[in-house]
Design a binder for this molecule. Structure first.
Ligand SMILES: Nc1[nH]c(=O)nc2c1ncn2[C@H]1C[C@H](O)[C@@H](COP(=O)(O)OP(=O)(O)OP(=O)(O)O)O1
Length: 159
Protein backbone atom coordinates (compact mmCIF):
# COMPACT_ATOMS: atom_id res chain seq x y z
CA UNK A 1 0.00 0.00 0.00
CA UNK A 2 1.15 3.50 -0.76
CA UNK A 3 1.34 6.54 1.49
CA UNK A 4 -2.06 7.33 3.01
CA UNK A 5 -3.75 10.45 1.64
CA UNK A 6 -7.24 11.87 2.04
CA UNK A 7 -9.25 13.94 -0.43
CA UNK A 8 -12.53 15.78 -0.06
CA UNK A 9 -14.68 16.95 -2.95
CA UNK A 10 -16.95 19.86 -2.02
CA UNK A 11 -20.17 19.87 -4.05
CA UNK A 12 -22.59 22.73 -4.62
CA UNK A 13 -25.80 23.17 -6.59
CA UNK A 14 -25.99 26.11 -8.99
CA UNK A 15 -28.58 27.23 -11.55
CA UNK A 16 -26.29 25.69 -14.17
CA UNK A 17 -26.05 22.34 -12.37
CA UNK A 18 -23.84 20.65 -9.80
CA UNK A 19 -20.28 21.87 -9.33
CA UNK A 20 -17.21 20.40 -7.61
CA UNK A 21 -14.29 22.23 -6.03
CA UNK A 22 -10.96 21.14 -7.49
CA UNK A 23 -7.64 22.95 -7.46
CA UNK A 24 -4.61 23.63 -9.60
CA UNK A 25 -1.51 22.42 -7.78
CA UNK A 26 1.03 25.24 -7.58
CA UNK A 27 3.97 23.29 -6.14
CA UNK A 28 5.28 19.82 -5.28
CA UNK A 29 3.80 16.55 -6.49
CA UNK A 30 1.61 16.97 -9.58
CA UNK A 31 2.50 20.65 -9.99
CA UNK A 32 0.37 22.30 -12.70
CA UNK A 33 -2.30 19.59 -12.59
CA UNK A 34 -5.88 20.05 -11.47
CA UNK A 35 -6.44 17.73 -8.50
CA UNK A 36 -8.80 16.94 -5.68
CA UNK A 37 -8.17 18.94 -2.51
CA UNK A 38 -6.45 17.03 0.27
CA UNK A 39 -3.10 15.49 1.07
CA UNK A 40 -1.08 13.18 3.25
CA UNK A 41 -2.56 11.73 6.42
CA UNK A 42 -0.26 12.43 9.34
CA UNK A 43 0.52 9.80 11.98
CA UNK A 44 -2.32 9.58 14.51
CA UNK A 45 -4.85 11.25 12.20
CA UNK A 46 -7.94 9.61 10.80
CA UNK A 47 -8.57 10.12 7.07
CA UNK A 48 -11.46 12.46 7.94
CA UNK A 49 -9.24 14.54 10.26
CA UNK A 50 -6.62 14.80 7.53
CA UNK A 51 -9.23 15.92 4.99
CA UNK A 52 -10.50 18.60 7.38
CA UNK A 53 -6.97 19.87 8.06
CA UNK A 54 -5.87 19.82 4.42
CA UNK A 55 -8.94 21.63 3.11
CA UNK A 56 -8.38 24.41 5.61
CA UNK A 57 -4.65 24.63 4.82
CA UNK A 58 -5.10 24.48 1.06
CA UNK A 59 -8.24 26.52 0.49
CA UNK A 60 -9.50 28.07 3.75
CA UNK A 61 -12.42 25.65 3.87
CA UNK A 62 -13.71 25.01 7.40
CA UNK A 63 -15.32 21.56 7.65
CA UNK A 64 -16.86 19.57 10.46
CA UNK A 65 -15.57 15.98 10.20
CA UNK A 66 -19.10 14.77 11.03
CA UNK A 67 -20.47 16.05 7.70
CA UNK A 68 -17.96 14.23 5.52
CA UNK A 69 -19.56 11.53 3.39
CA UNK A 70 -17.29 8.52 2.71
CA UNK A 71 -16.79 8.23 -1.05
CA UNK A 72 -14.54 5.20 -1.49
CA UNK A 73 -10.82 4.77 -2.05
CA UNK A 74 -8.25 4.88 -4.83
CA UNK A 75 -5.09 2.78 -4.76
CA UNK A 76 -2.65 4.75 -6.96
CA UNK A 77 0.30 2.67 -8.18
CA UNK A 78 3.35 4.00 -9.98
CA UNK A 79 5.42 0.81 -10.69
CA UNK A 80 8.17 2.87 -12.30
CA UNK A 81 8.27 5.12 -9.23
CA UNK A 82 6.91 3.20 -6.22
CA UNK A 83 7.75 6.07 -3.88
CA UNK A 84 4.79 7.87 -5.47
CA UNK A 85 2.28 5.12 -4.59
CA UNK A 86 -0.64 6.49 -2.60
CA UNK A 87 -3.61 4.96 -0.82
CA UNK A 88 -6.31 7.56 -1.06
CA UNK A 89 -9.47 7.78 1.05
CA UNK A 90 -12.14 10.05 -0.43
CA UNK A 91 -15.01 12.07 0.98
CA UNK A 92 -17.60 14.44 -0.37
CA UNK A 93 -19.22 17.33 1.50
CA UNK A 94 -22.02 19.77 0.77
CA UNK A 95 -21.76 21.81 3.99
CA UNK A 96 -18.77 23.94 4.98
CA UNK A 97 -17.75 27.30 6.36
CA UNK A 98 -15.00 29.77 5.63
CA UNK A 99 -14.02 31.83 2.63
CA UNK A 100 -12.63 29.66 -0.16
CA UNK A 101 -9.37 31.10 -1.38
CA UNK A 102 -5.99 30.39 -2.89
CA UNK A 103 -3.02 29.16 -0.84
CA UNK A 104 0.66 28.73 -1.67
CA UNK A 105 -0.13 25.15 -2.64
CA UNK A 106 -3.45 25.26 -4.51
CA UNK A 107 -5.57 27.58 -6.64
CA UNK A 108 -9.12 26.30 -6.07
CA UNK A 109 -11.92 26.61 -8.64
CA UNK A 110 -15.44 25.28 -9.10
CA UNK A 111 -16.08 23.05 -12.12
CA UNK A 112 -19.32 21.61 -13.50
CA UNK A 113 -19.61 17.94 -12.57
CA UNK A 114 -20.84 17.33 -16.12
CA UNK A 115 -17.78 19.03 -17.66
CA UNK A 116 -14.78 18.10 -15.53
CA UNK A 117 -11.44 19.65 -16.60
CA UNK A 118 -10.02 16.25 -17.49
CA UNK A 119 -7.47 17.75 -19.90
CA UNK A 120 -5.74 19.38 -16.96
CA UNK A 121 -5.99 16.46 -14.55
CA UNK A 122 -4.03 13.25 -14.04
CA UNK A 123 -5.08 11.00 -16.92
CA UNK A 124 -6.59 8.43 -14.57
CA UNK A 125 -9.03 10.93 -13.03
CA UNK A 126 -11.45 10.55 -15.93
CA UNK A 127 -11.83 6.85 -14.99
CA UNK A 128 -12.91 7.28 -11.39
CA UNK A 129 -13.88 10.89 -10.60
CA UNK A 130 -17.15 10.93 -12.61
CA UNK A 131 -18.19 7.72 -10.83
CA UNK A 132 -17.35 9.14 -7.41
CA UNK A 133 -19.24 12.36 -8.10
CA UNK A 134 -22.22 10.32 -9.30
CA UNK A 135 -22.30 8.64 -5.89
CA UNK A 136 -20.59 5.33 -6.64
CA UNK A 137 -18.72 4.26 -3.51
CA UNK A 138 -16.03 1.77 -4.50
CA UNK A 139 -12.38 0.83 -4.18
CA UNK A 140 -10.65 1.93 -7.37
CA UNK A 141 -7.28 0.63 -8.54
CA UNK A 142 -5.10 2.76 -10.82
CA UNK A 143 -1.80 1.50 -12.19
CA UNK A 144 0.22 3.99 -14.20
CA UNK A 145 2.42 3.07 -17.17
CA UNK A 146 6.20 3.41 -17.26
CA UNK A 147 5.87 7.10 -18.14
CA UNK A 148 4.02 7.76 -14.83
CA UNK A 149 1.41 9.69 -16.85
CA UNK A 150 -0.69 7.29 -18.91
CA UNK A 151 -2.95 4.68 -17.35
CA UNK A 152 -1.76 1.06 -17.65
CA UNK A 153 -4.60 -0.57 -15.71
CA UNK A 154 -7.81 0.58 -14.06
CA UNK A 155 -10.15 -1.54 -11.98
CA UNK A 156 -13.17 -1.09 -9.75
CA UNK A 157 -12.62 -3.54 -6.92
CA UNK A 158 -15.64 -3.31 -4.67
CA UNK A 159 -18.92 -1.44 -4.59
N1 LIG B 1 -2.66 9.23 -10.16
C1 LIG B 1 -3.23 10.24 -9.51
N2 LIG B 1 -4.36 10.81 -9.97
C2 LIG B 1 -4.97 11.85 -9.32
O1 LIG B 1 -5.99 12.35 -9.80
N3 LIG B 1 -4.50 12.35 -8.16
C3 LIG B 1 -3.40 11.78 -7.69
C4 LIG B 1 -2.73 10.72 -8.31
N4 LIG B 1 -1.64 10.38 -7.56
C5 LIG B 1 -1.68 11.22 -6.51
N5 LIG B 1 -2.73 12.05 -6.57
C6 LIG B 1 -3.07 13.12 -5.63
C7 LIG B 1 -3.73 12.74 -4.38
C8 LIG B 1 -3.37 13.97 -3.51
O2 LIG B 1 -4.26 15.03 -3.81
C9 LIG B 1 -2.04 14.42 -4.04
C10 LIG B 1 -0.91 14.09 -3.15
O3 LIG B 1 -0.96 14.88 -2.07
P1 LIG B 1 0.08 16.09 -1.89
O4 LIG B 1 1.42 15.68 -2.37
O5 LIG B 1 -0.55 17.30 -2.38
O6 LIG B 1 0.06 16.01 -0.32
P2 LIG B 1 0.19 17.12 0.72
O7 LIG B 1 -0.89 18.17 0.54
O8 LIG B 1 0.28 16.39 2.02
O9 LIG B 1 1.52 17.78 0.26
P3 LIG B 1 2.75 18.17 1.07
O10 LIG B 1 2.22 18.89 2.26
O11 LIG B 1 3.45 19.02 0.05
O12 LIG B 1 3.38 16.82 1.32
O13 LIG B 1 -1.85 13.76 -5.26
Amino acid sequence: MGAPVALCFLLRETAAGREVLLGRKKRGFGRGKIVGLGGHIEPGETPAEAAVRELEEEAGVVLDAAVLVPAGTVDFRFPARPAWDMACTMFTATVWDGEIGESEEIEPSWYPVEALPVEGMWQDADHWLPLVLAGTVADFYVEMAEDNETVFRFAVLGQ
